[in-house]
Design a protein around this ligand. Sequence first.
Ligand SMILES: [Zn+2]
Length: 403
Amino acid sequence: MELRSVLDRLESIRRNFFLGGCEERRKINWVAWNVVLGPKGNGGLGIGSLESLNISLLIKWLWRFYDERDSLWRRVICGIHNCERKHVDRWAKKSLGGCWFNIINVVSRLNDLGVNFKSTFDICLGDGKNTLFWLDDWLGNGTMAFNFPHLFELDKRKSCFVAERVGYDRLKWDWKRKPNTVIEREELDLLVRLVERVQFSSEPDKWKSRFSGDGGFYVHDLRSVIEDLNAPVVYNPTVWLKIVPLKVSIFVWRACMDRIPTAMALARRGVNGISTSCLLCNVGIDEANHILLHCPVARDALMWLLNWCNIQPPAFNGVGALVKFAGCWGSCPKRRKILIALCYGFLWCAWKIRNERRFNDTCSSQSKLADNVVSLVFGWVKYRGNFDSCKWEDWCISPFNVL
Ligand SMILES: [Zn+2]
């Protein structure tokens, strides 16, 4: 089976699981799967694709190959692929194929996704015994072979290590003949000035990742870079807070994109036979912005909640506008966090009240909705936030009293 089809198959199993369906019964795909997988910064849920995980895990083997210089497995591979003194591009022989070739070949898959492997790390020179003098970019401004092509041509051993050319007290050249043309002498002058200041240490040479604070390679970092570059970008103002339960945040995330199962949304997807009028007011239509914002029950409850917070609310034209307003409100992050929790709690409770009316025929009012939000979010703030000393009486006066 081709790798691509294995990944597609696994991805489709994950997608069905996420949607709550199974192999036999397909459910409605509310949000495109590649959007769901994308980073939160791109408007996704930050799940990450299996392809980016697969590539990042395989790239880790290149780092291990470089680091574990004396290990048996590395020596076996070097014996088979004759790659002891080779540049990373030539660590595997294509003609031999096999597992190791497939691992090295992941560099080209990474490249196809917009990430140049060699630009993901810097070489941190230690004892100079694991870095190629001419072929590795160990000073960070291009390889010596590229910058000094005439001298490179003259060197007898093009795959020499840094330590074999630069010593503690002298340079150790091994030319086919002495550099004697004008251009060769000029290059040599420049090269000598460049390398005579090089400092060695007793540590082995290291690759230093450009994506992590400590320079180490972490699968998660590379995966994020791949996702950032390749996931689609959709606008979504949802903020992900620890004090708000994940299922509520995901509901808000969906509501911002009008991807919740209202009667109108279902009708647009070919599910007919459901009344599309709002059963709370019998005037509006059962669609996200009406139920969660413009329906008198929701509108009045939201006004009450914002007044309780002492906020003069602007007019919101959609759920996204409310979510964005809460996410940017004020200058105090703690107060903003509480307002966000209240708004998300409000959207969640408004949806629940709509469902109770529709499926259980329960009567609802704006005061019931507001009460539900006040008690639900109090629980979040008290038990999920760091405000366990907050008191119900203080909360009821103003939600910011608990700070
Ligand atoms: Zn209504």
